[in-house]
Each structure stands twice: as C-alpha cells, then as structure tokens.
Design a binder for this molecule. Structure first.
Ligand code: C2E
Ligand code: MG
Ligand code: MG
Length: 739
C-alpha cells in the first residue's frame, strides 16, 4: 500500500528551484544589458574626445592664419618692428586665442621672438620646445621647398594654408599641440622667396584646463590628461596618438555608465524587492510544504481508516484479506506453513443486550488488547466485524505452536473482564487451519470457519482444528442449517405426522403423538433424528417447536382426538417464557388444556433446576399433562419423579424390543410399571411391534400401547380416517350392547 506524498514535496522543491533559476537568469540578463549600455556610452565618450582633439588641431592653425597670411606681417617681421609684431602677431595672438606659447622663427630656424601667455619672454624659452618643434619645422620647410618647385611661378600663393600641426611630447611633464605656419604675403605687392619665409609657431599645452574645456564641451566627466598610463579602476583611459601613431599620453575620465548609475540609484529598491521576493518565496515554500505535509497526514489517516477498524484500531477485513493472500504467497515461495485462526466470542450478544453497546464496545477493545498481547512478531490480529476476530500466523514450522496459540486465546478470554466495575465473563471459540499456500484464500477461510463452527457445536469455549472429512460433514450441516432456516421462514416442506396411542384392553385410540417430518427438496423426507439436534444447536428449536405445537393443536381441535402429545426439547423448556407460549397457543387455537400432553425427556429433570420445576408446575396447574419420554434410558430416579411430578411414563422402545427375551429386561419393565402405578401415573409402552410384546405388556398391567403393530405414524387425513373408523366401531359396539 503506497502512501503518496513525496511527489508533492518534490514538486514544490522544483517550483522553488525554477523560480530561483529564473531570478538568476533575469539578473544576469539585466547585468549583461547594463554592461552593454555602459560600454556604448564609453565608446560614445571616446569618440567625442577624438573629435575634441581633432577640433583643436583644426582650430589652432585657423587662428594663426588670421594673422600670418598678411603682407604687412611679412613686412613688419622682416623689419623687426617690435611694436607691430606685439600688437598684431605674437603677444596679441597668444593673448587673444589663449595659445600658451608663440614663437617667430627666422629662415635659419632660430627664434626671433618668444611669447608665453601673452607676455614676451627671453628667446631661451624656446629651448624647452625645440626638440618637439625642430623636426616639424624641418618637415614644413621640406614640404615648402617641394611646393615651390611644383609651383615655380606663384609659389607663395600655393603655400597659403600649408602648415604642420600635431600632438607632441614637449617635455617629460608636458604634452601639447604644436602648429607651425609660414608667414606669407596676402597680395602680390610683395615678393617673398620661399627660402626666406619666417615661421609662426603656436603651442597649446594639453594641460588640465584644455582637457576640462574639451570635457565640458562634450559632456565627459572630470576629463584629464596624463602622459603615463592611468591605473584607476573607476576611470576610463584612452590613448592620445600623434600623426605617426605614437602614444603621447592618455585622456582619462569618469565614465558615464548610465545603466550602472541606474542600478546604483535603484539598488535599495531592487534589493528590497529581491528581499521581498525571497521572503515571499520562502514563505510560499514553507506554506506549500506544510500544506503538503498536512495533506500527507490526512492521506495517511484516510489510508489508515480504510484498512483499520475504528473501534479497536486493529486491521480490518480488507487489510486482513490483503495480508492473508500475501502470507499464502510467502508460504508458497518459502515452503512454509501459514495458520489462520478464526475467533468468535460466545454469547457476546447477551453482553450487548444486558449491559448496553458501550459496554460491548469496551469489551471488544479489551479483547483486542488481550489478543494483541498473545501473538508473536509477524502475526496479525484483525477484527473482521462484530465479535469476530482472526489471527494470521505465518511461518509456522511446528503445528503445536499454532495449537498453543489457539489454546492461549481461549484461556486468555476465559478470564473475566472488568467493564465499568462489572465483572463480565465470556468464552471464546477458535477454529484454525493451516496451509502451505497451495490453497485459495477463500477455501482456507471457509475451512477455518468450519472448524470454528465445529468448536461452537462442540460446546464452545474451545478450539478446533479443521479436519478434512469432518469438513464435508460440517459443510453438509451448514447447508442443512440454512435450508432449515429457509423452511421455517417459508413454512414449506415441514409437516406433522401422527402416531396413535391405543388402549388395548378397550381396543380404541386414546390419543396420538405428533411427529415432525421435513420434506427436503433434495434429500427427500427427513426424520427428526436428522435435524432436531441441529435445530437445537443452531438456535432454531424454539421456532420449530412452536410451529409443531401450533400445528398439533390446530389438528387436535378439528379432530375427535381425545388428546394430542407433542415432543418438547429441553432447550424449549428452559426458556422462561415457554409456559406462556404454550398457553398462548392453546388460546389461539382454542384447544382445551386437558387435551394436550407434553413429552419431555428424563435429561430435563436431571438438571434439577427451580425454573424447570416451576414451569412444570404451571403447565400441570392448567391441566396440561406431562409425559416422561424414553423412560429408563437415562438416570431415572424415584426421587426426582417425586420432586417434579409427571403424569405419564413412556417406556422406551429399547426395552419393549427385548421383552420376553431377557429376564432382566422383563423385570425392569415390570418394576417401571409397578412404580408408575404406585405413583398414580399413566404408562405407555413405545415401539410395540409384535403380538408377544403386546401380551407381555398387557399381562404386566400396561394398557397404553404405541407401535408399528398398531399403527405407523400417519398423515393427518389418515389419522382422521382412523378416528372415524374407531368411532364407527364404538357406535356399533354400543348399538349391539343396546340391542
Ligand atoms: P419419540 O418421541 O420417542 O417418538 C417415537 C419415535 O418412535 C418416532 O420416531 C416413531 O416413528 C418411532 N416409532 C413408533 N413406533 C415404532 C415401532 O414400532 N418401531 C420402531 N422402530 N419405531 C417406532 P420418529 O418420528 O423418527 O421420531 C424420533 C424422535 O424424534 C422422537 O422420539 C422424538 O424424540 C423426536 N421428535 C419427533 N418429533 C419431534 C418434535 O416435533 N419435537 C421434538 N422436540 N422432537 C421430536
Ligand atoms: Mg415422543
Ligand atoms: Mg420415545
């Protein structure tokens, strides 16, 4: 029996795992997207810086061109007109456009003017920048020489717009943009030889101010310039290259990283949400788990209830059958024996009737405890219903163990029970059967049941082992019992025959004995020997006896019969309502009490019970006669004949049969007759079959005779015929006498 449930916890664990994985996947995706967004932003900033630098490289020569392509400039430079140079070319340009340094270089490559931040300084200042500027001048002069050759006729015009500009390392701690432009006439009024051209040099340092200005323009945060590599995890560095592709320094700045910023800004909210989700998930998981557990418990409980008896908590019939078939299978495989005990409490119903159902339940509970304490490990005690229990005893190697257990069950339940202060005693019958597994469960159950039935029939409070042959006999009896019940219920098949009893001296019918017959559907006509005992054992005798009494009385009423004798079982007689019932029947049928004779056996009187004595007295008080049937076969004693007082003795047919053959028998019969006469009792001899028996009995003084010699038991119609023939003869005799 599989109890489901693990499935649920596995499911909830899977759900939780899936949600965790989903959360991780979403977070990863989010992070990846953020990194991508921020990378793009950095790429945009890098591109902006390049543009900024390019703009600078473009702007400086333009600013120089506003002054260097000018005829007056050529004239004044050549003339060395300091005033003019200061106001229009060197200091002015530095001051106006913010070029850090401005140099004027003569055709020999030597400075003739040096300006720093708008102030004229010593020419020595040029030395600081010479290494950077020198090669550019040389390169420009070479370009100019080439251009002048190519455009020999108008060389100066062709040179307008020519120049060199680049980013250069100026010194170990300075980098700058250097722009060199030729100073050229703006018209034809002046002739300028290429070799004599003065040069104008502007230097704008890539210092923090320059970087800040670019940063501001292109919206790059905290942009700075450094010559060396930048090791700062928070900053992005991007190399600055000169025209030859050499690294001359780095721009570095705080990247924008909008996604990262967004994450940072929303971090508290995100963390809160995540925490909430985790908490909610955990809570959900716990709820789910506890619900699952509750469900499992409920399910386990339901399964328990389905397979257990609610009162005793013992396995019920369903579980019992499951285990029994399992045990039979095991026995088959292991070559072992399994023993089944069927247990039934005797007279449990009367406990229920007398003390109430609560007491009955309490008793069953105590019985279940006692049974539980008797069995060994591996044995199973089950309650099959009502007061029926069963034990499955698997792996029995010695049958004596099984019989021992059965005996201990009987002994244990024989001990009185204390129920609410009442000392209650019950007894138990056990039927048991063993099997090696090669039998159907139903057959084993039936066999153990038959053994139980036999134990009950054998007087209860005992155990009985099923014995094969006995079993078929018992099965027959079981079948007969249910058929008798059916016959009693349907009133089909049961009938009475009547055997007349004669007064032989006067040769007339004195009365008749009613004898029951059963017209069995399959077995034919059954004599009472075949079913009276069964009816007594199976509790059917009261019903049967009552029916016989009624039928007999009805018949007597409609016949000329002086009296009718009816056989009554001691069991009927012991019922305290028996006399009442007889009177009821007499009233119902209208039969005079004096016309009824009741036959009881000696055994009844032997019980010496005040109740029996009372019933006898009451019956006789109403005028009903009581005959002692089969007299002489039991432990007849004169004393109890005195005590009880009966009206008639019926000498048993075993005596009659031996009359005239055995002197001892003859004398016994004679003394019975003498005794009866002395005690003023009537005497009937049963089983008279021969003339000699009749003569002997008459000679001994017994005149009531019953037997085949006179008449066999006959049907009611024949009985009526016999009676009318008798009356006819009587009339004839009387008529003759009268004549
Ligand atoms: P019983 O009361 O002693 O009845 C007399 C039995 O002797 C009857 O047998 C009867 O048929 C038989 N019988 C009569 N004359 C002769 C004869 O000459 N020779 C021989 N061999 N037998 C003779 P039956 O009808 O088979 O009844 C057997 C017993 O069954 C009766 O013995 C009686 O004890 C019992 N019985 C019959 N009917 C009833 C009944 O309605 N209730 C009760 N409780 N017992 C009954
Ligand atoms: Mg009789
Ligand atoms: Mg008899």
């Amino acid at each position: 029996m599989q109890v489901p449930g693990n499935h649920h916890s596995r499911l909830s664990a899977t759900v939780v795992l899936l949600s965790v994985m989903l959360t991780i996947a979403l977070a990863t995706l989010g992070w990846w997207a953020a990194v991508k967004i921020d990378d793009r932003s950095i790429a945009r900033e890098t591109k902006a810086l390049r543009t900024g630098l390019a703009e600078l490289l473009d702007r400086i020569p333009h600013e120089q061109d506003s002054s260097v392509v000018w005829t007056e400039a050529v004239v004044n430079v050549r003339a060395g007109n300091d005033q003019w140079i200061a106001e229009n070319l060197a200091e002015w340009l530095s001051d106006y456009f913010g070029h850090d340094r401005v140099y004027l270089i003569d055709p020999d490559g030597e400075p003739i003017r040096a300006v720093e931040r708008g102030q004229r300084v010593s020419l020595l200042a040029y030395e600081r920048d010479r290494a950077a500027i020198g090669p550019m001048i040389a390169e420009l002069r070479r370009k100019m020489a080439v251009a002048s050759v190519e455009n020999a006729d108008d060389a100066t015009d062709a040179l307008v717009g020519t120049g060199m500009e680049d980013v250069r390392t100026l010194s170990p701690d300075a980098t700058g943009i250097v722009s060199v432009r030729p100073i050229l006439p703006s018209d034809d009024t002046l002739v300028q030889a290429i070799g004599d051209v003065f040069l104008h040099v502007s230097v704008v340092e890539l210092d923090q101010d320059t970087a800040a200005a670019i940063g501001q323009k292109f919206d790059v945060a905290d942009l700075r310039f450094a010559q060396g590599a930048v090791l700062d995890s928070e900053r992005i560095a991007n190399p600055v290259l000169d025209s030859a592709g050499r690294i001359v320094g780095f721009f570095h700045w705080l990247p924008d990283e909008p996604a990262y910023q967004l994450i940072l800004e929303t971090a508290p909210l995100l963390a809160g949400t995540a925490l909430f989700l985790v908490l909610a998930g955990t809570l959900l998981f716990l709820r789910l788990q506890s619900t699952t557990e509750r469900l499992e418990t409920t399910q386990a409980h339901a399964t328990f209830l389905a397979y257990h008896d609610s009162l005793t908590r013992l396995p019920n019939r369903a579980m019992f059958e499951h285990k029994l078939s399992q045990s039979l299978g095991d026995a088959r495989r292991n070559n072992s024996q399994v023993v089944l005990h069927c247990i039934d409490l005797d007279h449990f119903k009367s406990v229920n009737d007398t003390f109430g159902h609560a007491a009955g339940d309490a008793l069953l509970l105590q019985v279940s405890h006692r049974l539980g304490s008797l069995v060994g490990e591996g044995d199973l005690v089950a309650r099959l219903g009502g007061d029926e229990f069963a034990i499955i005893q698997p792996n029995v190697s010695d049958m004596r163990d099984a019989l021992g257990l059965a005996q201990s069950v009987v002994s244990a339940l024989e001990q009185s029970f204390d129920i609410d202060g009442h000392e209650i005693e019950v007894s138990t019958s056990v039927g048991l059967m063993s099997s090696d597994g090669h039998v159907e469960m139903e057959d084993l159950l039936r066999q153990a049941d038959l053994a139980l039935y036999e134990a009950k029939g054998g007087g209860r409070n005992r155990y009985m082992l099923y014995a094969g042959e006995l079993g078929t006999l018992l099965r027959d009896r079981l079948e007969l019992e249910s058929e008798l019940r059916e016959a009693l219920k349907s009133r089909q098949g049961l009938e009475l025959v009547y055997q007349p009893i004669y007064c032989i001296r006067e040769n007339r019918i004195l009365g008749a004995e009613a004898l029951v017959r059963w017209q069995h559907p399959k077995r034919g006509r059954l004599s009472p020997d075949m079913f009276i005992k069964l009816a007594e054992e199976r509790g059917l005798i009261n019903q049967l006896g009552h029916w016989v009494l009624q039928e007999a009385c009805r018949f007597a009423v409609k016949s000329q019969l002086p009296w009718i004798a009816v056989n009554v079982s001691p069991i009927q007689f012991r019922d305290e309502r028996f006399a009442e019932r007889v009177f009821g029947t007499l009233d119902a049928t209208g039969l005079d009490a004096a016309r009824l004779e009741i036959e009881v056996t000696e055994g009844l009187l032997l019980q010496n019970s005040p109740e029996v004595q009372h019933t006898l007295r009451v019956l006789r008080g109403r005028g009903i006669r009581v005959a002692l049937d089969d007299f002489g076969t039991g432990y007849s004693s004169i004393s109890y004949l005195r005590t009880y007082g009966v009206d008639k003795l019926k000498i048993d047919q075993s005596f009659t049969a031996q009359l005239g053959q055995d002197e001892e028998i003859d004398s016994i019969v004679r003394s019975i007759i003498d005794l009866g006469r002395a005690m003023k009792m009537q005497l009937t001899a049963e089983g008279v079959e021969t003339e000699s028996q009749r003569s002997i009995l008459i000679a001994m003084g017994c005149d009531q005779l019953q037997g085949y010699l006179l008449s066999r038991p006959v049907s009611d119609q024949v009985m009526l015929d016999l009676l009318s023939a008798d009356a006819q003869r009587e009339d004839n005799v009387l008529g003759r006498q009268a004549v």
